[in-house]
Design a protein around this ligand. Structure first.
Ligand SMILES: *[C@@H]1O[C@H](CO)[C@@H](O)[C@H](O)[C@H]1NC(C)=O
Ligand SMILES: *[C@@H]1O[C@H](CO)[C@@H](O)[C@H](O)[C@H]1NC(C)=O
Ligand SMILES: *[C@@H]1O[C@H](CO)[C@@H](O)[C@H](O)[C@H]1NC(C)=O
Length: 646
């Protein structure tokens, strides 16, 4: 409608001009430009006004690009409609509308990049002359996604020239896309700049493909600063599309920036806390730079030794390793050197010194003072102990009114409070000088039925007592073993027991003598020994185990007591014995009869057996043998049952 209005107004103007007698051309109206993506279809409209109508006009389309001459591509009049042969548009154009409405549309299909140019619409009227309009056709192609590539090698801040950071590429765009570099979202402008200020050089090159599409490569060079180690670089591509400007971004890259350290730090990695002699000290050093051209070394200033390493193990350190350790970082290019240091102190604890040394003799009733000290770089505590029990705190040990109980080995331990496991110890043997004291035995009265008895005697005293053994008849008994003990001496003898005997243990040293008496009594048996024996043997037939026990009893008793029986023999006694035997025989038959009837159960001597065995093994024998008693009881009073059998 608007077009119609415009057209009618223009017509009015023409009529006005005509009445004035002025000459007027055909009026043609076209858009300035038409924008279209490559391979799409473009439509270019040509509007005109003519009083004569379509019958008196012809329409021609021309194309012009760059400096070339314009070329006709289409013609139409009231009779003919023709597409010109042999032009780039021959097969791709068509025109709609007859012009009767005052508008025609040229349609170009499959638009090519080379189609870009001006399309001219010329209207010729027989009476009104010629009118011409122009429209620019602009073609667009969206580029591929841009790519970025950063340099892989590190860049040193020492480099005076701008170093390459990376390059970006965008391919197949039309018209030519632009690439802009960004560092942390700030665009980088080309700034060749003076040396010292951060110069930036962006250079790009464009290639045109045979298709007419453009590819652009842009590379960035700049001087890096230390802060750039954290910087993110990327490219932004801007390109035109119909009616707009678009943009795409690349991925982010970063670069390795080498910079010199401004400080070095040296420290003891282990042990943590205080160092003691014997430790392995691990020294570490790092600088706050990362430049491969700087070399770190550790130096012991006192001895002027250095190691080209940033980690040094000092093994088995002594106090002589104490001192200042420095770490230096030197740059091999600039020869700049920076230094840091640490003081290592190796703590020590000397071996404990006990005064008096090793051993000391103190009179019984006397006093003793001893000390224990160890030199250390740290505070220590000292403790004295004896047999695992603490006896005193502090480095001095005071013993008053010594007794034999005071004698023994005292040890002192000196411990460093601050360092666990750092300690030293010493020992002192204390001898208490005095006349021997025999440690009393529970029983010096011994009753035995063994042939020999072992006696033991232990005496305290210093100097170590000499122990001698004698019997009541003045004989000296040779000891079977003599041992020196912590407190004195111990002696063991084996005494043959033929009859009751008294043995003396005499412990003596230069300060005196102590004596103990052992009374050994042979176990005497009843007069009925012989009979008992016989009976026991008879009884023994029940089980084999009992036989063994009984015979042992027999041996013991026949060894000693027959003599007294022989001595006392006379007619009277014989008579009594005979009567006794007869009585026994009767008793025996009764017993046997009862036994047969099952009134008496067979006895089991197993419990007795075990008891017997163990008692036989004892050294100091109190041979109150159950078995012997049992045998006798059975022999005398057959009816009596062992209490444990019921
Ligand atoms: C640098 O880039 C790498 C991989 O591209 C990434 O792992 C690293 O974190 C980045 N460093 C910084 C400082 O951005
Ligand atoms: C690219 O840069 C040129 C020059 O600054 C500018 O004329 C053009 O419009 C830019 N193109 C795009 C797509 O931004
Ligand atoms: C104990 O032995 C010492 C030294 O041999 C001796 O002088 C002393 O008379 C002896 N004492 C006895 C009671 O036998």
């Amino acid at each position: 409608m608007a077009l119609r209005d415009t057209a009618s107004r223009l017509l009015g103007l023409l009529v006005l001009l005509h009445t004035w007698g002025a000459w007027a051309d055909v009026e043609v109206n076209m858009e300035d430009k038409v924008e279209v993506f490559s391979q799409d279809t473009a439509q270019i409209t040509c509007m005109f006004t003519s009083a004569e109508g379509i019958g008196g006009t012809n329409i021609q389309w021309f194309y012009v690009s760059g400096s070339k001459d314009k070329q006709r591509i289409y013609f139409q009049d009231s009779i003919v409609k023709s597409v010109d042969k042999g032009t780039p548009f021959t097969d791709r154009i068509s025109m709609n509308g007859t012009g009767a409405t005052g508008a025609v549309v040229l349609t170009i299909s499959n638009v090519q990049l080379t189609d870009e140019g001006e399309f001219i619409c010329i209207i010729k009227s027989l009476t009104e002359g010629t009118g011409e309009g122009r429209t620019k056709l602009r073609v667009f192609a969206i580029p591929d996604d841009p790519t970025i590539e950063g340099v892989q090698t590190g860049i040193s801040v020492n480099d005076l020239d701008a170093s390459k950071i990376g390059s970006c590429e965008v391919r197949k765009g039309y018209p030519k896309p632009n690439i802009t570099w960004y560092k942390n979202s700030t665009p980088l402008r080309n700034a060749p700049g003076a040396v010292g200020s951060g110069s930036v050089l962006v250079s790009s090159s464009t290639t045109t493909e045979s298709s007419g599409l453009y590819s652009v490569i842009s590379s960035l060079r700049m001087r890096v600063k230390k802060e750039d180690k954290n910087a993110e670089f990327y490219c932004e591509v801007t390109y035109f599309v119909p009616g707009a400007t678009m943009m795409k971004e690349t991925a982010r890259i970063n670069v390795t920036v080498y910079y010199l350290p401004t400080a070095v730090n040296i420290w003891v990695e282990s042990p943590k806390g205080k160092i003691k002699e014997g430790d392995t000290v691990d020294l570490h050093c790092t600088g706050n730079g990362n430049s491969p051209s700087s070399v770190i070394s550790i130096k012991y200033l006192k001895d002027d030794i250095s190691w080209d390493t940033n980690e040094k193990l000092l093994e088995n350190v002594t106090r002589h390793d104490s001192g200042v350790y420095a770490c230096t970082s030197q740059d091999m290019e600039t020869f700049d050197e920076i230094l840091g240091n640490v003081t290592v102190f190796v703590n020590y604890l000397d071996t404990a010194v006990v005064i008096p040394e090793e051993s000391v003799v103190v009179d019984k009733g006397g006093d003793l003072k001893a000390t224990c000290n160890a030199l250390s770089s740290l505070q220590t505590v000292t403790e004295w102990s004896k047999n695992g029990h603490k006896v005193s705190d502090g480095h001095s040990l005071i013993l008053k009114n010594a007794t034999f109980d005071t004698a023994g080995t005292y040890s002192c331990v000196v411990t460093v409070v601050d360092i666990e496991g750092m300690e030293t110890s010493g020992e002192l043997r204390v001898h208490v000088q005095g006349a021997p004291e025999i440690i009393k035995k529970d029983s010096t009265e011994i009753v035995t039925s063994e042939k020999a008895v072992e006696l033991s005697c232990q005496a305290r005293g210093y100097p170590s007592p000499t122990i001698t053994w004698t019997t009541s008849d003045g004989k000296v008994i040779k000891s079977t073993s003599e041992t020196e003990t912590e407190e004195g001496a111990q002696s063991v003898v084996s005494v043959k027991v033929a009859s009751n005997i008294t043995a003396y243990c005499n412990a003596s040293n230069e300060h005196g003598t102590d004596l103990v008496t052992f009374n050994i009594k042979v176990k005497t048996t009843l007069h009925s020994t012989t009979q008992a024996t016989t009976q026991a043997t008879t009884q023994a037939t029940t089980t084999t185990t009992i036989t063994t026990i009984s015979s042992a009893a027999v041996v013991t008793e026949t060894a000693n007591p027959p003599k007294p029986i022989v001595k006392e023999s006379n007619g009277f006694i014989i008579a009594i014995v005979i009567i006794f035997v007869l009585l026994l025989a009767i008793l025996g038959s009764v017993l046997y009869f009862l036994y047969k009837k099952g009134k008496i159960c067979g006895r089991s001597g197993k419990q007795d057996l075990t008891k017997e065995r163990s008692s036989k093994d004892n050294i100091v024998v109190e041979m109150k043998s159950d078995n012997t008693e049992e045998a006798i009881l059975l022999g005398v009073n057959g009816e009596k049952q062992p209490p444990n059998d019921q």
